[in-house]
Write a protein that binds this ligand. Structure first.
Ligand code: COA
Length: 255
């Protein structure tokens, strides 16, 4: 168990809250496991019509916990168990999820904090939110089927700037790029997400499920890409480029 991940059911909505503010909500293995479980157990529960994922006020998430990255990288063999990591399992849960999922992003969304949004159906961002996929700066490659979903949503050039150049996007740029629905005032994303959840929950459930499925890529296309990326990502985690980037991050406050 961890106090860093809170799951509550409020009316027909399951709310998944990352709460590790002292580490900018960096996601640990335990948090991934609990997020997967929250998504998976909602699937056959007819009382749950929507999911909300949030980091609360001020931060969404700084992405994968880098200490866990280092531990995984140093523990893996050449074939690498990264493909079975809790992060990959969480991404599978997202790819296979059949319920509308709403993200409330107030503050930074780094790495998987941004890539998970491409599996969501509705994204609210506060005006101070920023989105970045700095894999390149860590010597890594895209994950979470982002190499498939980001160009599909925003076009190759904008996806290149984010995924290959590691450029950050503001809330307004994210809205223009098409992966944020609406920008609201800081501190208001969660309340607005609940309004959206109530709107969706009032619609005919079966028709919502069928329509949503028509809009999405087949889950097997997503999981295939997650596996391809995961294999490369696992290899890259053990690279000199990645190891020296992790070391630089943890050494930066001592410099
Ligand atoms: N993994 C583990 N710890 C993290 C973390 C991460 N991804 N992101 C932040 N933290 C920790 C910091 O080490 C720091 O801990 P400390 O106070 O014990 O030293 C704490 O969270 C606060 O972070 P700090 O860097 O002081 O805050 P900031 O506002 O100056 O910067 C970020 C915030 C997110 C820009 C910066 O922390 C960062 O770049 N984090 C790494 C993001 C990343 O590369 N994620 C993985 C992407 S694949």
């Amino acid at each position: 168990m961890t106090g860093h991940l809170i799951v509550t059911d409020e009316d027909a909505t399951r709310v998944i809250t990352m709460r590790r503010p002292e580490k900018k909500n960096a996601i640990t293995h335990d948090m991934y496991r609990l997020m997967s479980e929250a998504i998976d157990t909602a699937q056959n529960n007819p009382a749950i019509r929507c999911l909300i994922i949030t980091g609360g006020s001020g931060v969404f998430t700084a992405g994968n916990d880098l200490e866990d990255f280092v531990a995984t990288a140093t523990a893996t063999t050449d074939s690498g168990p990264f493909g079975t990591s809790p992060a990959i399992k969480f991404l599978y849960s997202l790819a296979q999820n059949t319920k509308p999922i709403i993200a409330a992003v107030d503050g930074i969304a780094v790495g998987i904090g941004t890539t998970m949004l491409f599996h969501c159906d509705y994204v609210l961002a506060s005006s101070t939110a920023t989105f970045s996929t700095p894999f390149i700066h860590l010597g890594l490659v895209p994950e979470g089927a982002s190499s498939l979903l980001m160009p599909r949503t925003m076009g190759h050039q904008r996806a290149f700037a984010m995924l290959v150049m590691g450029r950050k996007a503001s809330a307004e740029e994210a809205r223009e790029a098409g992966f944020v629905n609406v920008v609201v005032a800081p501190g208001h994303t969660e309340a607005e997400a609940h309004k959206v959840a109530r709107e969706i929950s009032a619609l005919p459930a079966e028709a919502v499920a069928i329509s949503r499925k028509l809009l999405k890529l087949p889950p097997e296309d997503l999981t295939r890409r997650i596996d391809q990326e995961g294999q490369l990502f696992g290899e890259r985690m053990k690279s000199k480029e990645a190891m020296s980037a992790f070391k630089a991050f943890f050494g930066r406050k001592r410099a």
